[in-house]
Design a protein around this ligand. Structure first.
Ligand code: SRM
Ligand code: SF4
Length: 573
């Protein structure tokens, strides 16, 4: 046991009486738009963050006004599946309570932004009325479980989705606090009456993320997750899953003890063992994760410090049986397949490109209205992808023409006729809502891509898929450290450029240039893109090319992320 004091959040959890704190009282106090410091930590477990509009900060400061507080709600959708009715309800709430947009997140969830405190309870209640919830969408618990959003391309996808839903249900916190506070559920008098059999009173040391992938697609980016299951198909049947542990991307600029890390594949389990393995991985992390330092509390550090072999042995001990040997699998990419696809049953799916995951009407492109109209007639479902895009899924032969007509009417039918670079882009939310953003991302990456597109055209690379991701800070919400081209904010209009990520999301990238501003981006990237166009080998991906040609060295694992950076990466003093 460490003799270092526990982090402040541990005390908040202990005092909270299973996540209640004084949230109910805080909501009733309408003299302020904010909640107490402790309750701001606790509402994360209920799926909400207190934020403020950072665009308005300077003006409000000038006029000596409080910050413009509001709340973000993250709606959990295991495997990213939503019914048309749930889409319609979310869309309605976006107008009625939020800022008129829906954000499709990198973990297949909906986010609503800009909800004022007096509307928070009503919004969460209406989310639940629509058979969705926000519990455990954030906080030190297992979050939204991801899964390939193509559940019916084969029967394997359907089985994988079922497993994702089972894991999600099994790991949902048992506290009645959520029901009491938001849904006016009956009050439980004593905390002793309830138990969290998996988490215990202090939940996990930190957030926990799980995903399931069906190779060859790694669109859910398994290597960025605390725990992943990789479907292994043998003789056309699901034999089971490889188990990968210890991935995570967040780090802090200038603190080398923090680093992104890719998950290690440690064994194999049968479909019947999946939920048990998930539970026991969570328990090992519950018991051994570092509760003294939140910057060192994720499973990736537990595994990095104690070793993969230690973790595998401990997991086997918790399970009471051994995981099997890892089986062969291959990932080819981590992007989405856009436009129409038809599955083995002859059912159709349309994947729509949604820039930055923001569903909004803009002049000339009424995407949000179009999707609402589609939801009104659609008889299948919607699938959010982990790349912030949207699949209108399960469209029968008879219904396809009607959906197609609406796609055309609202300008969405050719959403995928864009450069392959843009289609392979992700941007995190960043400004103005994210409290941690150091720079723009969602509002800026589209412009960066526009500038780069002219170069791609010139070099004949328009149809070459190169993953490009931008985040406003190094927490990694847009998974920039797995991109072939990653921009990570360091300050207003200042980005670190990372190159060399694996095209299938299997390798971390490496710092190529620190502190680029808008005017540096094109001159820095253009010669590399030109060299790629002229000198690449047959089938060579951009991330592999920049390593072969020595622009950066390959990052082997997280502890090597800050090593072997070329001196020219740093601007001259
Ligand atoms: Fe994230 C914190 C947005 C996926 C790593 N993330 C935040 C907060 C809540 C900021 C905060 O703590 O105040 C951001 C809210 C912004 C806003 O205004 O909405 C935020 N994260 C997002 C989303 C919405 C980005 C997006 O544009 O899609 C994603 C929501 C996913 C979901 O539905 O659950 C999102 N965040 C991720 C991912 C990607 C993933 O999980 O595949 C990561 C990297 C993987 C990982 O966890 O290591 C990620 N977010 C973080 C971290 C760093 C964690 C760490 O271990 O260091 C933070 C900061 C923290 O936890 O202290 C963070
Ligand atoms: Fe905010 Fe940073 Fe996450 Fe972007 S990466 S959403 S700026 S915490």
């Amino acid at each position: 046991m460490s003799d270092k004091p526990l982090s402040a959040n541990e005390g908040i959890k202990i005092r909270s009486n299973y996540l209640r704190g004084t949230i109910a009282e805080g909501l009733a106090d309408l003299s302020t738009g904010s909640l107490s410091e402790d309750d701001q930590q606790l509402i994360k477990f209920h799926g909400s963050y207190q934020q403020d509009d950072r665009d308005l900060r300077p003006d409000r400061r000038k006029h000596k006004l409080d910050k413009a507080y509001s709340f973000m709600i993250r709606i959990r959708l295991p495997g990213g599946v939503a019914t048309p009715q749930q889409w319609i309800e979310t869309d309605r709430m976006a107008d009625e309570f939020a800022n008129g947009t829906i954000k499709l997140t990198t973990r297949q969830a909906f986010q609503l932004h800009g909800i004022i405190k007096s509307n928070l309870k009503r919004t969460i209640r209406e989310i639940n009325d629509a058979a969705m919830d926000s519990i455990a969408a954030c906080g030190d618990v297992n979050r939204n479980v991801m899964c390939n959003p193509n559940p019916h391309l084969s029967s394997i996808h359907a089985e994988a989705l079922r497993a994702a839903q089972q894991i999600s249900d099994h790991l949902t916190p048992q506290t009645r606090a959520y029901h009491e506070i938001w849904l006016d559920g009956e009050k439980v008098e004593s905390s002793e009456e309830e138990v969290e059999p998996i988490y215990g009173r202090t939940y996990l040391p930190r957030k926990f993320k799980i995903t399931i992938a069906v190779p060859p697609s790694n669109d859910v980016d398994i290597y960025a997750n605390d725990l992943s299951f990789i479907a292994i198909v043998e003789d056309g049947k699901l034999a089971g899953y490889n188990v990968a542990v210890g991935g995570g991307l967040g780090m802090t600029h200038g603190v080398e003890a923090t680093f992104p890390r890719i998950a290690d594949v440690i064994g194999f389990c049968t479909p019947e063992q999946v939920v048990d393995v998930a539970e026991k991985v969570v328990m090992v992390q519950r018991d051994f994760g570092d509760r003294t330092d939140r910057k060192h509390a994720r499973l990736k550090y537990t595994i990095q410090d104690r070793g993969v072999a230690w973790f595998a042995a401990e997991l086997n001990r918790y399970l009471g049986y051994d995981l099997g040997p890892v089986r062969d699998f291959v990932f080819t990419d981590n992007g989405d397949r856009f436009g129409w696809t038809t599955d083995e049953r002859g059912v159709h799916h349309y994947t729509l490109f949604v820039q930055g995951g923001r569903v909004v009407d803009t002049p000339g492109y009424p995407m949000r209205t179009g999707l609402r109209e589609i939801a009104k007639v659609h008889q299948g479902d919607f699938r959010l992808t982990a790349n912030q895009n949207l699949m209108i899924a399960n469209i029968t032969d008879e219904r396809r023409a009607e959906i197609e007509e609406l796609l055309v009417k609202y300008g969405m039918a050719r959403s995928h006729e864009r450069s392959a670079l843009r289609l392979a882009s992700i941007a995190c939310v960043a400004l103005p809502t994210c409290a941690l953003a150091l720079a723009e991302a969602e509002r800026y990456l589209p412009d960066v891509i526009t500038v780069l597109e002219d170069e791609l055209e010139k070099f004949g690379l328009r149809h070459d898929s190169i993953t490009i991701r931008m985040t406003g800070c190094p927490n990694g919400c847009g998974r920039p450290f797995l991109a072939e081209i990653g921009f990570v904010g360091r300050g207003p209009d200042r980005y670190n450029l990372y190159l060399g990520g694996g095209h299938a999301g299997q390798r971390l990238n490496k710092l190529y240039r620190q502190d680029l501003d808008a005017s540096d981006i094109l001159p820095t990237l253009s010669p590399i893109l030109e060299a790629y166009a002229k000198e690449r080998e047959e089938g060579e991906k951009f991330g592999d090319f920049v390593i072969r040609r020595g622009y950066v060295t390959a990052t082997v694992q997280g502890d090597d992320f800050h090593a072997n950076i070329k001196p020219e990466a740093y601007p001259a003093k």
